[in-house]
Design a protein around this ligand. Structure first.
Ligand code: CP
Length: 329
């Protein structure tokens, strides 16, 4: 396979063609197989990835770091709060400088109206690929892992129904990056996408418009609903998670007042039974257990959350191998 993706950023999957995303899926499956068989696959020997975090992480940090080691390279963990960013290092300086030390720069910056702009500014100044480890708008590596999981569990994605549903959580106001990225990518894979949320939790209209356009082009459908139970009826994939009401309010007290009106939006066994018999339940984690989703659902036989979390590793290794090395893979 000719590697034509060397040097590319992964900030949103929208910037990648369907064919290119199919290549990521193909390479991810190959790398997953190689790891299972214990076959060496050190495509990034001597390469270094900088991982800059402005926000906490379990899966993203661990999977990028493990992935770089398995590819023969190294990942350096950098937290914004222990750097000079707080004292004035600009996005341009971070892009220029970390780009000179490293072969890739990965960033998590989820602050509303700041995160994506910051990552794009770093990418503008960087000579090496920049990877979005989650911003306020997109979580591309999560969604690539989700697509890989759906293909593994359901085969041909065309005609399958995926319900991207809001659910109640009390831990913190979670970014809109996962639902945005889900409706943008799954609508390119011929799926029937249902977006379900209470009125105050709407997503940016530009993403809705793009998802509609994607669905039309790829012979799927896109539907918006505000009835939690109608949304889950007969679905093949129930992806139920919380996000914040950022387009309605960014005031924390008002956010809590609005969110607390919907405490009954919990993914539970009764509602899962409304989905198709072989439906899968998905969540990117961390979840608010017994608030956002019951133990019975998340630990039940229809839950694929651990396979999703594992696929972060394989999908990210594929992106890094394809973009950080100009050798043929
Ligand atoms: N799903 C996900 O991004 O997990 P972390 O926040 O733990 O990285």
């Amino acid at each position: 396979m000719q590697n034509f993706l060397f040097g590319r950023d992964m900030i949103t999957t929208q910037e990648w063609t369907r064919k290119e995303i199919d290549t990521i899926m193909d390479v991810a499956m190959d790398l997953k197989r190689k790891r299972a068989l214990g076959e060496p696959h050190a495509y990034l020997r001597d390469k270094v990835l900088a991982m800059l975090f402005f926000f906490s992480s379990t899966r993203t940090r661990a999977s990028f770091e493990a992935g770089m080691a398995q590819l023969g390279g190294h990942a350096q963990f950098i937290e914004s709060k222990t750097t000079q960013i707080a004292h004035g290092d600009t996005a341009k300086e971070i892009g220029e400088i970390l780009g000179r030390y490293n072969d890739g720069i990965a960033i998590r910056q989820v602050d509303w109206d700041i995160g994506n702009q910051y990552i794009c500014q770093v990418a503008e100044a960087s000579r090496v690929p920049v990877f979005n480890m989650q911003c306020d708008l997109y979580h591309p590596h999560q969604i690539l892992a989700d697509l890989l999981t759906i293909i593994e569990k359901k085969g041909d994605t065309r005609g399958k129904t995926i319900t991207v549903s809001w659910a109640y959580a009390s831990s913190y106001s979670k970014p809109q990056s996962v639902p945005n990225s889900l409706i943008l990518l799954m609508s390119r894979y011929g799926m029937n996408v249902r977006l379900v949320h209470p009125p105050e939790f709407k997503l940016k209209s530009e993403f809705i418009d793009q998802a509609k356009e994607n669905a039309k082009k790829h012979h799927g459908s896109f539907e918006m609903m505000d009835d939690f139970e109608a949304g889950v009826k007969d679905t093949d994939i129930w992806y139920a998670k919380s996000w914040g009401p950022m387009l309605t309010t960014t005031d924390p007290d008002e956010d809590k007042r609005i969110t607390d009106q919907y405490k009954d939006w919990i993914a539970d066994e009764r509602r899962l039974a409304m989905a198709s018999d072989d439906a899968v339940y998905m969540h990117p984690l961390p979840a608010d257990r017994n608030i956002e989703v019951t133990d019975g659902v998340i630990d039940g036989s229809q839950s694929v959350v651990f396979d999703q979390a594992e696929n972060r590793l394989h999908a990210q290794k594929a992106v890094m191998a394809l973009t950080m090395s100009n050798m043929e893979v």
